[in-house]
Structure formats: C-alpha cells, structure tokens
Design a protein. Structure first.
Length: 243
C-alpha cells in the first residue's frame, strides 16, 4: 500500500512537468513531506470544461463511496479508501465507476513504505522511494465528486496499487502503479470506457527501473512531523538488513 507521500513542488512546476494546458488552482498547496489520508492533494485530470485539455486541481485523499448519504460517514470512510488494488478496482463498488470514467494522475515527489515481516528488513522500518532522477512520480489514480444531501461536495481521489516488483518487493508486497508518459492521454480520456483496455494500461514493464529506496527515520510515523529531513537516508545497523 501507499499510506504517506511527499510533494513540495508548486503548481507551476507540476503544470510544466505534466504538460497541463487547462485550468489550475488559484494557489499552490503548501509543501508537505508527510501527506496523510484526507489531506489535500494535487491531481491531473481531463479539463472539466475543455476535454481536449488537462487540468491541475486539488482535492482530498481517500475516495468517498458513491452510495454513502451521511457527511460524517463519508469523511470517516476516506481513510479506508486511499488505495485501490489494480487487480480488483474494476469490480469493487467503491471504485469501479471512477475507474471507468474519472481517472487521474497523482503527482508525488516520492512516497513512504514500511517494511513487512515477509521482506528482508526489520519490520516497520520506513523507506522513502523516489525516482533516481528526482522527477515527479506519475501515479495512476481515480477521482470522484460526492454530494451530500445538504449540498456539500467532497472531491476525492485514490491511488491505484499493484503487486510490488523487483527490489521494492523486499520492502513491501504492494507499490503504486506508475503511468508512463506515452499513456497519459489514453488514461485521462473520460471517453475511454473500455474496462479491459483501461486495465491493460496498468500493465507496465519494469516499473521499478527508475526507482530508488532509502531507509529513513521513524519520525515519518507521526503526521505531526514534517520537513525535507523526513526523506533523508539513515544508516541501518547490520541486524536490520539481510543484504
């Protein structure tokens, strides 16, 4: 799974890297090196006015199930729906409608993962994972707009995950799906409703080839901690790793 990630770029940087040609937020989100569920995040999606363009917008992390009718239940449910499994996203009632028609990219500077007992590292040791060239990670996601009976609207998104590959499998069993640049247009196109074709876009060869993972301080465990220092590599003692 992916339960925390980092984003310190401002909206102008993100619009340039993700070639956004449409709308953008009125202002950038504050830099955050410890983004947690329900926090505001950036997404790139089809422009809601001109479908031929893309837009950068902000919403909250954790998709609200479409059948909920109570605002408190809706907000509480978000923390349970921050990730959607690529293997079953097209079947799950919470995610299937968004997967079919409202997909997005979630830009991440890097993300955190905690070692499991099944890997080669000490359980619960956090790692920071980012691109070797320090470019933004284009995480595949879905978004939705939920309206309460009172009229209040929650716009929300979830990250799509897959089975971990290569060296990342030594840390955790899951990892985000990263969408290659040449697939962005197809992925974001709301008219692309062929579920089998959409599923095929999630199949990427060598998805970890440009990724590096470094152990970091357990300070990231607390959402009250923030700052670039959370991404700094630390040294692991011999008992903490098997290689």
């Amino acid at each position: 799974m992916c339960g925390r990630y980092a984003q310190s770029a401002d909206m102008r940087e993100l619009m340039e890297q993700f070639e956004v040609t449409g709308a953008s937020p009125s202002q950038s989100l504050p830099a955050n090196w410890n983004i947690a569920p329900t926090n505001p995040i950036y997404i790139v999606r089809a422009d809601q006015v001109d479908a031929g363009k893309t837009e950068l917008t902000t919403l909250s992390w954790g998709l609200v199930a479409p059948w909920l009718t109570n605002i408190n239940e809706a907000r509480a449910s978000q923390s349970r729906a921050i990730n959607a499994r690529s293997e079953s996203i097209h079947e799950k009632p919470t995610f299937r409608s968004a997967f079919k028609s409202t997909r997005c990219l979630i830009p991440a500077e890097g993300y955190y993962e905690w070692a499991t007992a099944l890997g080669s590292y000490s359980p619960k040791q956090p790692f920071y994972i980012q691109a070797k060239d320090s470019t933004q990670l284009p995480i595949a996601g879905i978004w939705s707009s939920w309206r309460a009976p009172t009229g209040e609207i929650i716009n929300s998104a979830s990250i799509i995950t897959q089975e971990a590959q290569s060296h990342l499998a030594e840390i955790h069993s899951r990892m985000p799906v990263f969408m290659p640049r040449e697939r962005w247009q197809e992925w974001l196109n709301p008219q692309n409703n062929d579920v089998e074709h959409i599923k095929s876009l999630l199949q990427v060869d060598s998805p970890t080839s440009n990724l590096k993972a470094v152990p970091v301080s357990r300070d990231v465990n607390s959402v009250s901690n923030n700052g670039k220092k959370l991404t700094a590599e630390i040294a692991l003692g011999a008992p903490e790793t098997l290689f």
